[in-house]
Write a protein that binds this ligand. Structure first.
Ligand SMILES: Nc1ncnc2c1ncn2[C@@H]1O[C@H](COP(=O)(O)OP(=O)(O)OP(=O)(O)O)[C@@H](O)[C@H]1O
Length: 599
């Protein structure tokens, strides 16, 4: 089959990959055993029909050649009908086989799809910060289609075609002697060797196309995700040029790939033509010398045609399987990737008592080993509200990431009610903490669904209560579509203050004993800021609350203020006491006061 292109990646294959694939797919095949068996029966029936065709044709031609006296009309008619039936059986059983097996392939794709989705969600924050969404999506898509291809073609193409080659060689050997069998075997071997070598040579062109394809996709997705930034800086043209650059690389890679495909297909066609010509020449000579009937000539020709059709296809399938395997390998490498933070095998569920939160001599750095937190110790007793303040980059948000166990501390520990987070299941910890993040990103869905995301099982009463807590009633009442208003991509149709209050409602509906509030008040005007703070205060009552404060004036009522400077706790205490100390906090306070007076 000519003209098929191969767009999968063809990196070197690891030994044992087939075994690995089998192990992952075996449950799907087992689960659908009757279907798989039925499909195999259809395959045998289809091939049986196909093998009959040359014999029927031979009988027909010989019958016609012998003339009306030697062959009855009835027999000829029967042969024609049988020929038609054999053709029909071949096509019909082939279709039936595909239809039956389609369900198995789809089930396998679904199973792998959900497995990958779950796995990607289980990976650590670093993976997600580093990933290129567009490229990752392409890898997943290629991997799952690779699995579908492999299932269909390995079972229904490679194995049956090899079987067919053996059958035809045997028939020709027994009926017409070794020269025919030798031609078939030589051409099949040549064809196989050539396809193998040429495919290996083409690998790098295919890889170039894939890399260019992934990188142009990454670029376009990245650019569209940052739509606003592009607009702010009027960089549409710059973005288009960069995208076009990667498309140009893709275009060149595709051209090289196509030329190499031409070389491959051309070589294959040459081998097929040579063997078919020599086979027919031999048969024609034997007919001339009276060693063969006309029917035999037709039979040999028909077998050759039938044999080279799947053989041409085998070349394509071989290339595709090779690239599918490489794509699947990439997908499995993703599946095998271990999250940097994972539950211990004997992880317990968090048992909440007073919900006291403690950072105990915590030391931490990200991958670049720059120390971010140094010997940080402080506690928040059940029901207390503690604020963490400090200059930008001091490590405040890093504390929250440790609390959610996106990372583990390098030294020291984080505990809730005396239980080290490292000994607990991540899920049980995260269920007990509600967060209002600094930049509250919403799904492009209705306001109702966005709030309910905090607790998808919440009923309407709980929803209304959360809306009241977040002081969102007036806002919702003013919207023509109320709670059914769609908030736009990442919630950008709402103002910053409204988004934060939706974040508060979402956290409120979660109803967790520990509350984290990463203030975004610096980006809000004073009215929105007050609305957000009021909403937050109504929720914070009776919760253990950690506030990451950017504006000191918003946390003067905190039970304690922890002052971070370059990753170290330099002071902690109540607002007034800290001012009296006249230290770093007092300097920060005065600087902010001066700034707001100037404003
Ligand atoms: N994933 C990461 N990998 C490497 N470095 C990081 C990562 N996340 C944060 N950092 C670095 O860690 C330091 C502390 O960051 P953090 O976000 O905790 O500061 P912050 O006090 O919350 O700042 P801000 O008030 O500006 O939000 C910064 O210098 C930042 O560049």
């Amino acid at each position: 089959m000519k003209g098929f292109d191969n767009t999968g990646s063809t990196e070197p294959l690891q030994p044992g990959l087939l075994g690995l694939i089998y192990r992952r797919l075996a449950p799907v095949l087992k689960e659908n055993r009757p279907r798989v068996l039925l499909a195999l029966l259809c395959l045998i029936a289809a091939k049986g029909g196909l093998l009959l065709i040359p014999f029927l044709l031979k009988a027909l031609v010989d019958g016609l050649d012998a003339g009306a006296e030697a062959t009855s009309l009835m027999l000829l008619l029967l042969l024609v009908v049988a020929y038609g039936a054999a053709r029909l059986a071949n096509t019909l059983f082939g279709e039936l086989r595909d239809t039956l097996f389609g369900r198995v392939t789809e089930r396998a794709m679904r199973r792998i799809g959900i497995q990958v989705f779950r796995h990607v969600h289980s990976l650590d924050l670093d993976f997600h910060l580093n990933r290129r969404t567009g490229g990752l999506a392409r890898d997943i898509e290629r991997g799952t289609s690779g699995i579908s291809f492999l299932l269909r073609f390995f079972i229904f193409n490679i194995a049956p075609t090899l079987f067919e080659i053996a059958m035809v060689t045997g028939i020709l050997l027994l009926s017409y002697g070794w020269p025919y069998a030798a031609i078939v075997l030589t051409s099949v071997t040549l064809y196989g060797l050539y396809s193998f070598r040429a495919t290996a040579w083409r690998t790098r062109f295919v890889r170039e196309v894939n890399e260019a394809d992934s990188s142009s996709n990454t670029r376009s997705v990245d650019s569209l995700l940052n739509y606003e930034t592009v607009k702010y800086f009027t960089n549409e043209e710059f973005e288009a040029e960069r995208y076009d650059e990667s498309l140009a690389t893709w275009e060149v890679a595709r051209r090289k790939n196509r030329l190499s495909l031409f070389a491959l297909n051309g070589g294959q066609a040459l081998i097929i033509a040579l063997s078919q010509t020599s086979m027919l020449a031999l048969a024609a000579w034997q007919v001339q010398s009276g060693d063969m009937s006309l029917g035999d000539f037709v039979l040999v020709n028909q077998f050759m045609l039938q044999l080279f059709m799947p053989l041409g296809f085998l070349g394509f399938v071989y290339r595709e399987i090779k690239s599918s395997l490489a794509n699947i390998e990439r997908l499995f490498a993703l599946l095998d990737r271990q999250p940097k933070v994972s539950d211990k095998s004997d992880a317990r569920d968090l048992e909440v008592n007073t919900s006291t939160l403690s950072f105990n001599a915590v030391g931490f750095s990200y991958d670049d080993s720059r120390p971010i937190l140094r010997d940080v110790s402080f506690s928040i007793m059940g029901g207390e509200k503690v604020a963490v303040v400090g200059a930008s980059g001091a490590g405040k948000s890093t504390l929250v990431k440790l609390l959610f166990r996106f990372y583990d501390p390098e030294s020291g520990s984080v505990t809730i009610d005396g239980q080290d987070l490292r000994d607990l299941s991540q899920r049980s910890v995260r269920r007990q903490i509600a967060i209002v993040p600094q930049d509250c990103v919403l799904f492009n869905d209705t306001l109702r669904e966005n709030i309910r995301y905090g607790n998808p099982e919440a009923d309407d009463d709980e929803l209304l209560k959360a809306i009241a807590t977040a002081h969102l009633e007036d806002f919702v009442a003013r919207l023509p579509k109320g709670l059914d208003t769609v908030v736009g991509e990442r919630g950008l149709k709402l103002s910053g203050g409204e988004r934060q209050r939706v974040g508060i409602a979402r956290a409120a509906i979660k109803d967790a004993p520990i509350l984290v509030f990463d203030e975004a008040t610096s980006s809000l005007d004073s009215r929105s800021e007050q609305a957000v703070l009021d909403a937050f205060s109504s929720m914070a009552q009776q919760h253990t609350t950690l506030v990451i404060a950017h504006r000191l004036s918003t946390v003067i009522d905190a039970d304690r203020i922890v002052v971070l400077h370059s990753g170290k706790v330099v002071e902690q205490g109540k607002h007034h006491d800290l001012l009296l100390e006249n230290g770093y906090y007092s300097q920060l306070w005065q600087a902010q006061q001066r700034r707001s007076e100037q404003d």
